[in-house]
Design a protein around this ligand. Sequence first.
Ligand code: G6P
Length: 488
Amino acid sequence: MSTDSLVLVANRLPWLRGPDGGWRSSPGGLIGALHPIAHRRPTTWVGLSAAADGVTIHGDDSSGDGQQQDPWPCACGCVEVRVHSEAAESHYNGVCNAALWPTYHDAVIPSEYSGENWSSHEIVTRAFADAVASHAAPGAVVWIHDYQLQLLPKPLRQQRPDLAIGFFLHIPFPPPEIFMRLPWRQAIVDGLRHAHVIGFQTAQCLGNFRRVLSMTADADLPWSPELQPRLVVAPVSIDTARLAAAAGAQSTVFAAQQLRKQLGDPKVLLLGVDRLDYTKGLVQKVRAVQSLLADGSVDSSQVIFLQIASSTRVGNVMYRQEAERMSRAFGAAIGATSTAAHTPIRLITQAIESDSLTHYFAAADAILVTPLRDGMNLVAKEYVTVKSGLRNAGQLHAGALVLSEFAGAAYDLIDAYLVNPYSIDTLREGMMHAVHDPLIERQRRLDSLAATVANHTTFDWADGFLATLSKAAQRQVIELRPRARRVA
Ligand code: G6P
């Protein structure tokens, strides 16, 4: 098995063209976690390229796939999977975002299951299989990422049985009671079980998948010795050393001071950083902040709550509706809490580049990470790393993390102020602690959180997963090879 040749496969390539025509990093935690891995070893990244709104544009060019080296500002080789724009649209908006995403996030909103879109999903999967099969070196390690590509292990293994195939799910795997609603549940389980290793963010997700496996193991998905994937819990993480170093730089300290100054030097700066997604609990969050300001639990003249909610998946009607719902909730909250002299609630919907986000993290006294459901949430890990990096550089900053108990990150970050985002009372309580707890208590929690994150970086995540994958793939080759007859 060739271990130095890694193929990462994700729905998106790591860079996309922004509205101004320039290159920028693709959105989402997946990209942030994988980027450092791709920089560290020879890697080929296979994915769709996308416009800023997430819809692939190739006009009528549905032929082949293109090896892209140059305009991509990426340390790895990028292979662009080419599919017709209509197939890409139905795959991305119709199946991934309208069916799988809501189902996997505990059906926070209803899903739409369309057979026509599913055919496009299969077409896109085959295009991915062809692209990986024709670019992967013999015996290469192929690591497939996320819910958009769950069918891929099967056609890939059929075309290239020599590959070691791993799959990692970045989002939650739902309880069987919800998963079984999917009309394509068997195809999904069958696709996944062709991987040698399947990774999940939490033990709960792995347990859910195990129950689904046993429920679908009937005549349609017969047991086979070759199709016994290893299931592992492997929480995704971040490049803590790089981020902590960036946080401690003088330029970051200066930029954070400038930001606070631009915001009118509030005594307390509360921050939120999310994609504008209905799973993120943005409406509940702003209502909780509004109620704290309204009843004087926190002094509205001394506080700013700044929410960055970057627009995302705007081709999908649910996201457009969520954007409207959020605008209304923020509009009402801003109207109800502002005076002529002071606006304590602020909203930014533009995407902010990751370097600038570091400045926002550095400036904020607390971050409110309160999704209704989330696979992991790397913003929580980034924030505590930045604040601790500042502290190690001699800056006397405390930082508090208010974290939803329904984010995968809550499994490990137990020293956060954990809240139930569906309950305005516990949201309020968590925020009150983050603002009013004694400095020494906030620092103790921050140190413990930052140590937990630093103990398991994105490199530990990838190394652990890939080591398990190499072993599992090798073991299967050995087990399937006929045993030599013993000569008496
Ligand atoms: C989450 C998903 C990723 C996805 C990202 C951005 O992090 O787990 O797979 O890429 O959101 O979503 P988008 O639809 O814009 O790719």
